[in-house]
Design a protein around this ligand. Sequence first.
Ligand code: AMP
Ligand code: ZN
Length: 118
Amino acid sequence: MNSHDNCIFCKIVAGQIPSRKVYEDDDMMAFHDIHPKAPVHFLLIPKSHVDSLAECGPAEGEVLARMMLKVPELARAAGCGNGFRTVINTGPDGGQEVYHLHVHVLGGPRNQWKVSLP
Ligand code: AMP
Ligand code: ZN
């Protein structure tokens, strides 16, 4: 596995930083966001480090596809039967703060969200 020493999400994958785990398999991991912006807010990440969606190439295609297909399953299991939002912030203008690719999954009643998005 391509682990980056100073990457907070690599440390979560390695169990060096605690997280509230939602899901894990050989390729990916999901855990609750530490500052939730909606009643349901978890992050889905590839275990293998890649900085952002902009850095992905063909080598990441398979895990990206698997992650996207896993999102609705995890969202349903988290109680988002009425829908959910999937967000990937990319780069400075995309508002990315943690440079280990992650998919935000947000759900729950809309009037309880702390963000308004397009
Ligand atoms: P982004 O702006 O897309 O890079 O979002 C990074 C997200 O990671 C933010 O929503 C943070 O609240 C979340 N976050 C940062 N550190 C942790 C952590 N240790 N555990 C869970 N979520 C975190
Ligand atoms: Zn990382």
